[in-house]
Every structure is written in structure tokens, then in C-alpha cells.
Design a protein around this ligand. Structure first.
Ligand SMILES: Cc1cc2nc3c(=O)[nH]c(=O)nc-3n(C[C@H](O)[C@H](O)[C@H](O)COP(=O)(O)O)c2cc1C
Length: 195
């Protein structure tokens, strides 16, 4: 792995935060892990851990093995906390409205929120997949702030015109769009829909 950022590999960072819809983040991670020449960094917040296990029935440790490098959200001593460490794209999937609020307010008191702040200040691609329903005016204002600051705000809302037949189909549609928004090939996730 090229931790100095001097190689040709692209580097991406995926954050899984403590919102429902953990399956979306896991699917994005699986899709990133299957891509060639992609160095995948992962941060799982402490709130996300139990939600991932409850909603997917999978151990976080097993899921984390898909990443090239896993970082502790509570430990700031990581190159991801610095703008001098090149990262091509970051996504937070799912993103709780608490994490949305922190990023919008410029609070970087965890590695995930700091890395998101770095993405914004370095004008890098940041995709935030918010998951809450309904959204308060505060949430909407925070999402607007993120969008104005350059983030791509997505919602975990699969389309139905494609005729999804299973929950997995619906998850793949959202995960595939996330990959596209990260500037990556969605591969088989959207193969049925993207020529
Ligand atoms: C079972 C469960 C489901 C939750 N679902 C959501 C959700 O869908 N969206 C959300 O914004 N917060 C949700 N929360 C609340 C967040 O987990 C909580 O605000 C947490 O502090 C977020 O921390 P994090 O963003 O650092 O992971 C949920 C909490 C639990 C226990």
C-alpha cells in the first residue's frame, strides 16, 4: 500500500456512522473492495458498530477485513487527519444527522468528522448519504451548509422506476450511485441500468 501517496493507486475513505441503513455502507464497502487499484480506508464510528451488527447480522471485524486499512474513530493520530495525505474521495454511508451537524459546524472531534473537514478544506470529493426520516429544519439547514461547502448530499432513497425486486436490488441502486458520486465505476451494482 502506498501510504506516501506517490503511487498510481487511487485512495478512498469510507465512513460508516450510526444511522440505520448500515447495509448501504456495507454494500459500498464490498463494491470498493472489489475494485482494482483502489486503496480503501475505513472508519466505523462507535454508534455504528452495534447498528451494523443488529441490522446486517455480520460482525464489524469481518466487514472491516474488506478494507485495506481500518482506523479507530476515537484516535486522531492518523494521516487521514491531515490534508497532506492525499485521498481521492470520501463517503459517509450512512451518515447520521449528528455527524452531518458536526461536519456542517466544522467540528472535527473524531477521526471521521476531522477527515470530512479535511475533504472540504482541500476541496476534495465528499459524499454524504444522510439517513433520517423526517428531517428537521436544523437537519435541512445543515445539509444545505454541506452542499454549499462542496459536499455531495445524497439520501438513502432508492429509485423504483428500475423495478427492484428485492431489498438487495434497492441497496445496490443506492450503493452504485454512491460509487458514481465518488468518481468510481459502479460496476455490477448498476450494470443493468447504466450502459
Ligand atoms: C438503533 C439506532 C438507530 C439509529 N438510527 C439513526 C438514523 O437512522 N439516523 C440518525 O441520524 N441517527 C440514528 N441514530 C442515532 C445515532 O446513532 C446517534 O445520534 C449517534 O450519536 C450518532 O453518532 P455517529 O454519527 O458518530 O455514529 C440511531 C441510533 C440507534 C441506537
Amino acid at each position: 500500500m502506498d501510504t506516501e501517496g506517490t503511487g498510481t493507486e487511487r485512495r478512498v475513505l469510507l465512513g460508516l456512522s450510526g444511522a440505520s441503513g448500515a447495509i448501504y455502507g456495507v454494500r459500498v464497502l464490498e463494491a470498493l473492495a472489489s475494485q482494482p487499484d483502489l486503496e480503501v480506508h475505513l472508519i466505523v464510528t462507535s454508534s455504528a458498530r452495534s447498528i451494523i451488527e443488529d441490522e446486517t447480522g455480520r460482525e464489524v471485524a469481518e466487514i472491516a477485513e474488506l478494507a485495506d486499512q481500518v482506523w479507530d474513530d476515537a484516535v486522531m493520530e492518523s494521516p487521514l487527519a491531515s490534508g497532506s495525505f492525499p485521498v481521492d474521495a470520501m463517503a459517509v454511508v450512512p451518515c447520521s444527522v449528528s455527524t452531518v451537524a458536526k461536519i456542517a459546524a466544522g467540528i472535527g472531534d473524531t477521526l471521521l468528522t476531522r477527515a470530512a473537514a479535511v475533504s472540504l478544506k482541500e476541496r476534495r470529493r465528499l459524499v454524504v448519504v444522510a439517513r433520517e426520516m423526517p428531517l428537521s429544519t436544523i437537519d435541512l439547514r445543515n445539509l444545505t451548509t454541506l452542499s454549499e461547502a462542496g459536499a455531495v448530499v445524497a439520501v438513502a432513497s432508492p429509485p423504483f422506476y428500475t423495478g427492484p425486486e428485492t431489498v438487495e436490488d434497492m441497496v445496490d441502486l443506492v450503493a452504485g450511485r454512491v460509487l458514481m458520486l465518488m468518481g468510481l465505476d459502479p460496476g455490477p451494482l448498476l450494470r443493468r441500468y447504466v450502459p
